[in-house]
Structure formats: structure tokens, C-alpha cells
Design a protein around this ligand. Structure first.
Ligand code: OAD
Length: 236
């Protein structure tokens, strides 16, 4: 299970795709969710901060927590893994809500859990706008209706954005290599896309600092930091 074997699979691939999680942005200084000590969910309760119920109970606290995350992301830079992926016109399916793949220059980014760079109406009017993450908005009402504005991310219990989901499902059904980077692969339905690719007979290459829930699906599992391994894997 060597990097050379993985490189050969990628070179031979006709329809490759990538699927990433928080580990892709870890070396840019953005915390992952499930690291036992540094992970966001080790310090903060997702039920309070990333659910419609938490927002209803304490909207100021939720908006302040997202303001903190938005400032961290605004101050971060794409790392070598983002930059290496961005040179490829693959579908880049990601669970990440940051904009680091975009800022690295990637074109075809499918954000399954939405974007922290957007605010949208929490009601049904459909209004959304781009925010400045370096100067994030406080709690405010939608300019078009009486509902509050909220970050354009998917919270626990909410549906995924249908356009991104359908495009990602299509990409995973038809890809011949899926490069999986920095995800614990425990959050569904996103994690199920790895099985979709595998059932469609794609080769699955995993890059992660540890084993994950997707390890059993790997044709090649490379253990190490994405910022080091992904550029090596994708170098021409
Ligand atoms: P997790 O925090 O669950 O997993 C991050 C993964 O990245 C772990 O498997 C780490 O071992 C790995 N990792 C950490 N640093 C790395 C590095 N430098 N290089 C490579 N791998 C590294 O994050 P996700 O799998 O993205 O959802 O979590 C999925 C979803 O759960 C998130 O999108 C978020 C969260 O709750 C929502 O907010 C809806």
C-alpha cells in the first residue's frame, strides 16, 4: 500500500474525484471536529452550537461562535494540499465549510455542508448573502422577512444542499478513483459517498493522520499529514 501504487492509480484514472474533511484544513490552523483534545467538539457542544434547536435556544451564542470561526478562517491560508488539489479540475467534494479550496484556485468544489462565507435566512424566504469573515455580522434579522439570519452551513438534523449532494453522488457513482483526505468518515450521509464510489468499482485512496471509519474501504491508505502527502501524490 505505497504512495507509488496510489500515484499509479491516479495517473491511470479517467474520472478521478476527491472527498475531503476537516483534516484537509488542519495544517492551515483550522481545528478539526473530533480530535480528542483540540477538536471543536471536545470543547464545544454541537447540540448547542450546530443545531436548529441550539439556535432557537440561544441565537446570540451561536452567532458569536460562528464569528469566532469566521475570523479564524479569514486569517488562515490554503496549505500545500489545497494548492495541489486546486491544480486539478476534478470534482472536489468536501464537507468543509471554509473557502480554502476556492482561495487555492479550485473550480469544481462541491460543499456538502454549505459555506461559512454565506449567511442565509433561517425562515423560508430564500434570501442569502456573502459575508466578510474578517468582520462577521452580529445577530440580525433577514432584510426580506422577519426571520433571523444564520450561517449558510448545514446543522445537525438539517438536509444537505440538494444541488451539491446530487452532483457529489453522481461524481462518486462514476469516478474510477476517489481520493479521500482528512475525514473521520462518521457523519452521514456524506461519509456514505465513499461506499458509493467503492460499489461503483472505484479505487479508494485515503490520506489521514490515523485510521478512520473508512479504512476498510481503502485500496491504499496513506498515514500522514495531508499537506505533505497530497502534493507528493499529485506531483506530475
Ligand atoms: P473530523 O474532525 O471528524 O475528522 C477529521 C479527520 O482528519 C480525522 O480522521 C483526523 O485523523 C484527520 N486529520 C487531522 N489532521 C490531519 C492532517 N493534517 N492530514 C490528514 N488528516 C488529518 O472531521 P470531518 O470528518 O470533516 O459537520 O467531520 C465531518 C463533519 O462532522 C463536519 O463537516 C462537521 C462535523 O460535525 C457539520 O458541521 C454538519
Amino acid at each position: 500500500m505505497s504512495i507509488e501504487h496510489a500515484r499509479q492509480l491516479i495517473t491511470a484514472a479517467k474520472r478521478p474525484a476527491s472527498f475531503s474533511g476537516a483534516g484537509l484544513s488542519a495544517e492551515s490552523g483550522i481545528s478539526t471536529f473530533r480530535d480528542a483534545r483540540q477538536g471543536l467538539w471536545a470543547k464545544y457542544d454541537p447540540a448547542l452550537l450546530a443545531s436548529p434547536q441550539g439556535f432557537a435556544a440561544n441565537p446570540e451564542m451561536v452567532i458569536e461562535w460562528y464569528a469566532l470561526r469566521r475570523r479564524t478562517i479569514a486569517a488562515a491560508e490554503p496549505n500545500a494540499a489545497h494548492r495541489a488539489l486546486a491544480t486539478l479540475d476534478w470534482p472536489h467534494i468536501t464537507q468543509n465549510v471554509d473557502d480554502l479550496l476556492h482561495r487555492a484556485g479550485a473550480c469544481n468544489v462541491l460543499q456538502l455542508h454549505g459555506s461559512i462565507m454565506l449567511d442565509r435566512c433561517h425562515g423560508n424566504c430564500g434570501y442569502e448573502e456573502t459575508i466578510d469573515p474578517a468582520d462577521p455580522p452580529a445577530l440580525r434579522n433577514c432584510p426580506k422577512c422577519p426571520s433571523p439570519m444564520r450561517p449558510g452551513v448545514v446543522w445537525f438534523g438539517e438536509s444537505l444542499p440538494m444541488d451539491a449532494w446530487h452532483a457529489a453522488e453522481q461524481a462518486c457513482t462514476s469516478c474510477d478513483v476517489l481520493l479521500v483526505i482528512g475525514t473521520s468518515a462518521v457523519v452521514y450521509p456524506a461519509a456514505g459517498l465513499i461506499s458509493v464510489a467503492k460499489s461503483g468499482s472505484a479505487k479508494v485512496i485515503i490520506v489521514n493522520t490515523t485510521a478512520s471509519d473508512a479504512s476498510d474501504l481503502a485500496d491504499v491508505e496513506l498515514i500522514g499529514p495531508a499537506g505533505e502527502l497530497v502534493p507528493k501524490l499529485l506531483a506530475s
